[in-house]
Design a protein around this ligand. Structure first.
Ligand SMILES: [Zn+2]
Ligand SMILES: [Zn+2]
Length: 497
């Protein structure tokens, strides 16, 4: 298991303002967290801070706290069902290790915290330049607690700012391949961007282009989530797809393709042929620092919306809406839109990216019924026009722009949704970038972590069928297509020529 920490910009500010003192002395405080568990990583989401009051701690070079303060912390954690973080500062910049006294103090706290909360103690140290280090104290045997360093601490809001532990997520020794990219934003930003773990949900036309763009930007760790197989109808829209790829998982195809480039020697791609609503799909998403939502149905959008706020994972989302003229003599209108959603930004629901009632309709299974679909009005989302490759390129590019703006925030400027109008050729940007006051997503789900995640998991019959089909097509032992299926695919493609 890997470990990490996430917090919002406002929680980070509260901690920084308290811990980094003008007089240069160290300080301390306690905070509370909720766990968020992916398939390979556990994240502590810092949800609240309880600053010490007068008399709660002694600041004298080497800061210490009094038992009254600790009692207040434990009773609150117990009442609210929260984990406990013990946080202190050092008067130096950069990633901070632990002194002999630091280890002693946290080792002493770990069993007491676990006894009260049932959760491991998290210890954190802050450097003067806001650089964070963090560790989980895990009970391995009776009265034996092991320290596990966190691979990263992520601050999430208008900017996504990661602090990495270099020994776990190593820096890259860049050679000529990336000299031009680095000349745009410098090596330290490149080291930061390239170490983010990025997930792409939906490997259709837009998703496929984004995997390519992320690799060429130097992203070393990607997770692809999609249960779909490559079909004949994808040939006019999937980047670099060939007829011989029909029947493969879209995630496998993109993975093979990117690995072949050998641009990044340490590229890791996790191909997950599951839906975001299935446990394996959801847990793989929770291992990521950022997600791209390249899905076009309301239910996965709803799940991603909730997941983003509950687990402090920013999501770049987008969509294309096209309409042909009624007599099909031309295209009538096409618009595509990209935006970054997540804590301290806006949610997809407030942006009208899906309607909760449509997500409920999808969940009911009625959309699987052709008779039901026949009865739906023409403007129903299910009857939307299909997009084309050229529009997908433009949207993928707008989504990459949202991503780079989120991680670079040049000149301190951030922005909200952008929408391209194909007919007039203009980009609109006059959109709301904050949730409505009574928004259920941002108000009640932020930081909930595993408390919410469990309720997002459900069965997905379509995904199960797709995996079954994949098993039939591919002879498992030799990883070769069965002769029958190969012939069937060839004949089909011939007939459609
Ligand atoms: Zn210390
Ligand atoms: Zn909202």
């Amino acid at each position: 298991m890997n470990y990490s920490i996430a917090m919002t910009e406002s929680v980070n500010k509260k901690l920084f303002d308290h811990l980094i003192r003008e007089d240069g002395q160290e300080d301390l405080c306690f905070a509370f967290y909720k766990p968020s568990t992916g398939s390979k990583r556990k994240t502590g989401i810092i949800v609240e801070v309880l600053l010490p009051e007068q008399g709660d701690r002694n600041v004298h070079g080497n800061v210490s706290f009094n038992s009254d303060y600790f009692d207040k912390v434990t009773s609150y954690a117990l009442a609210q069902n929260l984990g406990i973080c013990f946080i202190h500062s050092h008067p130096f910049p950069g990633w901070q290790g632990m002194s002999f006294d630091d280890v002693k103090a946290e080792k002493m706290l770990a069993p007491r915290v676990r006894a009260v909360t049932g959760l491991p103690l998290i210890g954190m140290t802050l450097g003067t330049d806001n650089y964070w280090s963090a560790r989980f104290w895990i009970k391995e045997a009776p009265s034996t607690y092991e320290r596990y360093w966190c691979e990263s601490v992520r601050i999430v809001g208008k900017l996504l700012k990661p602090y990495f532990y270099d020994k776990i997520i190593r820096k890259t020794n860049y050679a000529e391949e990336f000299s031009r990219t680095i000349s745009s934003w410098g090596e330290s930003k490149q080291q930061e961007i390239s170490r983010l773990k990025i997930g792409i949900v939906g490997l259709g036309s837009v998703g496929a282009l984004i995997t390519e763009a992320l690799m060429r930007t130097g992203i070393r760790n990607m997770t692809f989530i999609d249960f779909d197989l490559v079909e004949l109808k994808n040939l006019d829209r999937l980047l670099a797809i060939n007829r011989s790829d029909i029947g493969k998982y879209k995630v496998d195809y993109q993975k093979e393709r990117l690995l072949k480039t050998e641009l990044l020697r340490d590229l890791v791609i996790n191909a997950v042929p599951y839906s975001i609503s299935e446990r394996k799909g959801l847990n793989a998403a929770l291992d990521c620092d950022i997600l791209f939502s390249c899905v076009d149905m309301p239910l996965p959008r709803y799940i991603l919306d909730c997941l983003s706020f509950a687990n402090l994972i920013p999501i770049i989302d987008g969509g294309i809406d096209t309409n042909p003229k009624k007599d099909l003599s031309n295209i009538d209108q096409a618009r595509w839109k990209a935006h970054t959603i997540g804590p301290e930004r806006i949610c997809m629901q407030c942006l009208n990216q899906y309607k909760p009632e449509d997500a409920a309709l999808e969940l009911s299974g009625d959309l699987e019924n052709p008779n039901y679909i026949k009865g739906l009005p023409e403007d129903h989302f299910i009857n939307r026009g299909e997009n084309v490759f050229a529009f997908s390129m433009s949207l993928a590019s707008m989504e990459m722009q949202q991503f780079l703006s989120l991680v670079l925030k040049p000149r301190g400027i951030y922005y909200g949704p952008k929408e391209m109008d194909f007919v007039t050729g203009t980009i609109d940007s006059d959109f709301e970038n904050e949730c409505e006051k009574d928004c259920k997503i941002s108000n009640s789900l932020t930081g909930m972590g595993d408390q919410l995640n469990e309720s997002l998991v459900m069965r997905h019959v379509g995904a199960e069928k797709s995996r079954e089909k994949h098993k039939q097509i591919w002879n498992k032992d030799k990883n070769k297509r069965s002769v029958f299926e190969f012939l069937k695919a060839s004949i089909n493609s011939f007939l459609h020529l």
